[in-house]
Design a protein around this ligand. Structure first.
Ligand SMILES: C[S@@+](CC[C@H](N)C(=O)[O-])C[C@H]1O[C@@H](n2cnc3c(N)ncnc32)[C@H](O)[C@@H]1O
Length: 237
């Protein structure tokens, strides 16, 4: 299980909102949490940095990070499609973690590791230029103005992502919330570290073929909301 580094600020822990638990896990899920999760769980170092490649054996070509993987359907498909890449998924919702564990077992994935805690604690522990791709798909939109400061795609996290991403690494964001979309587009392409990989409207209106759909995308479409897909490149340092 994860341990919280005592020498790192705890502010993020205090501002982590949202559900950690939903329905009780059924027996099979509970068994996976007890047996499989301890083998895949990322333990944050008490001090210093964590080289993410050392979490995998053999050492992967790159490490990719998914923040708030929900039920893990996107992460599992990506991990199956890219066996030489190490995947770290961060999710605080226990039922979602249990669903990803079931997929890891069903697909016999050897390249998935899981942080069951606030992704920002991991980001703070990662060395510079250690992550080859980042996915933040349908992050909680926090629609009320007074809650906007809870959004994960914001100044502090964006700067931290720029630091941990390798030159040329891709940042993939999705949202169905127009206000959050506007906020993302106001912040990311104007950040000196990121360039927007879009030439035409279809580049952000149509989900790329190598980008599996998620549960929240399906929910958005079912509710009549349009999903948007943003790809950014980490500029060379
Ligand atoms: C709206 S859901 C989207 C889930 C999934 N990406 C999808 O598209 O179906 C956002 C998820 O992010 C998780 N989350 C929010 N803040 C997080 C954080 N700081 N670290 C890790 N997970 C987080 C929530 O628990 C939730 O499951």
């Amino acid at each position: 299980m994860t341990t919280r580094p005592p020498d790192r600020p705890l502010e993020h822990r205090r501002v982590l909102y949202g559900r950690r638990r939903g329905r009780p896990l059924h027996r099979g899920q509970q068994a996976l949490v007890e047996t499989l999760l301890p083998r895949l769980a990322v333990t944050l170092p008490a001090a210093g940095t964590l080289d993410p490649a050392t979490l995998f054996d053999p050492r992967p070509d790159e490490v990719w990070l998914e923040i708030g993987f929900g039920s893990g359907e996107h992460l599992a498909v990506q991990a199956a499609a890219h066996p030489a890449i190490g995947f770290i998924g961060c999710e605080v919702f226990e039922n979602g973690v249990a669903k990803l564990l079931a997929e890891v077992q069903r697909r016999a994935l050897a390249n998935v590791r899981i942080l069951t805690d606030d992704a920002r604690l991991l980001i703070a522990a990662l060395p510079s230029a250690s992550i080859g791709r980042v996915f933040i798909l349908f992050p909680d939109p926090w629609p009320k103005q007074r809650h906007h400061k809870r959004r994960i795609v914001a100044g502090e996290t964006l700067a931290a992502l720029a630091a941990i991403m390798t030159d040329g690494a891709e940042l993939r964001l999705a949202t169905d919330d127009l206000d959050y979309l506007a906020s993302m587009l106001a912040r990311v392409p104007t950040h000196p570290a990121f360039a927007w990989l879009a030439d035409r409207p279809s580049d952000w209106r149509v989900r790329p073929a190598d980008w599996p759909a998620t549960r929240y995308e399906a929910k958005a479409i079912a509710a009549g909301r349009r999903p948007y897909f943003l790809r950014f490149c980490r500029r060379p340092r």
